[in-house]
Design a protein around this ligand. Structure first.
Ligand SMILES: Nc1ncnc2c1ncn2[C@@H]1O[C@H](COP(=O)(O)OP(=O)(O)OP(=O)(O)O)[C@@H](O)[C@H]1O
Ligand SMILES: [Mg+2]
Length: 443
């Protein structure tokens, strides 16, 4: 185990247990907080703002919004936090890690210059092209008429993206010219996503299987986490509108060893080297969205944090303490850390409110299992507690039921049994999380 230094006190012994602050309130953050709670390196976990699931696990939830940089830093200073784990992209792009560094507090996640790789799609596209990293051809536009002129000669379908953060809603795949023109008007002229769509990216539509990888980057060192697969569409069989993610499993055999070697050589290594060459000292998770095309893997996007719900399957599979990995990342010791992964398979099934991703009810009482077996977890995503102590639905994605098993079939059976032990009136879930992979395994 690595020696831990407490940045606040030279006098404290090096192994002093840490106080950790987890920033965010979703299923991803509950999973990260759960891992911190279990870590022998940690004595106290605070969450801002957290959720009732995190509170039940022993986190102290403080009512401070994740994107209120000033108040988060103040909370971290006042409560003598040693390590801040930042879940979502917005506080990262607002410079939370920079502000914490100024206050002398360690934080897991990139500074604003690294977070820009999620906060500006045109910035990332220029980077990918500069370093010869495979990605779809694209042009960026600030002027609606120039964008429309470009669309006159474009091939359809074509992808139109708001440049900035848009909570996962800023991408339209336009099937025809008319839809594309309307999208340009909505985004640039109508400022559909405010500042975020003042600039748009018009991108070649890539065809293939979509997947992603999580890379932990510490300057020039990196480790690639196990494979995982999200399920974005709301309905079974990958039908219907996209959501934040309806479930995930890990490992995912879509990326085999040969493909992973290619992804590492053509995408991961040049990206990490490119960040260094650009003077970006990136310390955190780099999530690379990929399309596996007939000509090889191509980058769809970078995210600068863990995926949700991928975190719910990746973190429980780590044999090595995730807190140790995060500390090594921050301190530049990742290169000498031997990260071990469990042999278990993991699956997470999201329990959503009927109607999501459009409108859905809130405030329904949730009945949760009184006890959980080993290797079963319920991560809260959109819940709140009322004055009587009831846990209520409070979001589109409400909970994630996670299970580990010695194979994917066992993990899936356990996760779905767990789903059946949870009830609320509008409960909706996909029954086919991991089904494609299970079919591949049995044929
Ligand atoms: N060039 C492309 N070709 C085909 N499909 C694409 C392309 N770019 C994006 N998509 C589809 O649109 C989705 C969203 O795109 P992208 O990941 O760039 O946006 P995002 O809003 O940042 O998403 P997220 O919420 O996952 O971070 C992708 O997951 C993919 O399914
Ligand atoms: Mg993104």
């Amino acid at each position: 185990m690595k020696m831990i230094q407490n940045p606040h006190s030279e006098n404290m012994s090096e192994q002093s247990p840490l106080t950790v602050l987890v920033v965010g309130s979703g299923g991803r953050e509950h999973t990260l907080a759960w891992a911190c709670q279990k870590s022998p390196l940690v004595q106290r976990v605070i969450a801002a703002p957290g959720n009732p699931g995190m509170a039940k696990d022993g986190c102290e939830c403080e009512n401070v919004a994740a994107d209120n940089i000033e108040e988060i830093v103040q909370l971290a200073v006042e409560t003598c936090v040693d390590l801040v784990v930042v879940g979502p992209e917005v506080p990262l792009s607002l410079g939370l890690v920079d502000a914490l560094a100024q206050a002398g507090i360690m934080a897991y996640g990139p500074k604003a210059d690294g977070a820009l790789f999620e906060a500006s799609k045109s910035h990332t596209k220029a980077f990918l092209l500069k370093y010869g990293i495979p990605t779809g051809a694209a042009d960026s536009f600030e002027d609606a008429s120039a964008a429309k002129e470009y669309l006159n000669t474009a091939a359809y379908p074509i992808v139109i993206k708001a440049d900035g953060l848009a909570a996962g809603k800023g991408v339209i795949i336009a099937e025809d010219h008319e839809t594309a023109l309307q999208t340009v008007d909505d985004m640039i002229v109508g400022a559909k996503f405010g500042e975020s769509s003042k600039t748009i990216l018009i991108e070649e539509c890539l065809v293939g299987e979509e997947t992603s990888i999580h890379v932990i980057v510490s300057g020039s060192d990196y480790i690639i986490l196990p494979t995982s697969q999200d399920h974005k569409p709301i309905f079974e069989g990958d039908k219907g509108p996209n959501t934040g993610g309806m479930g995930a499993y890990s490992p995912a055999d879509l990326i085999d060893d040969t493909l992973m070697q290619r992804i590492e050589a053509e995408i991961v290594k040049p990206s990490v080297d490119g960040l260094v060459a650009e003077g970006v000292d990136y310390r955190g998770t780099l999530y690379i969205g990929l399309m596996i095309t007939t000509t090889g893997p191509k980058v769809i996007e970078f995210n600068v944090r863990f995926g949700d719900p991928e975190t719910q399957v990746l973190i429980p599979r780590l044999e090595t303490d995730p807190v140790e990995i995060m500390l090594a990342t921050i301190k530049g010791e990742l290169g000498s850390l031997d990260v071990k992964i469990k042999n278990d398979y993991a699956i997470t099934v999201v329990l959503a409110s009927q109607g999501y991703p459009e409108s859905y009810p809130k405030g329904e009482i949730i009945s949760l299992p009184k006890t959980l077996e080993d290797n079963e977890m319920v991560f809260h995503a959109g819940t709140k507690k009322d004055a009587d102590g009831n846990i209520l639905t409070n979001g589109g994605r409400v909970l994630g039921a996670t299970a580990l098993g010695s194979n994917l079939h066992e993990a899936a059976e356990k996760a779905y049994r767990l789903c059946d032990r949870i009830s609320f009136d509008s409960k909706y879930l996909r029954r086919d999380i991991g089904a494609k992979e299970l079919n591949r395994q049995t044929t």
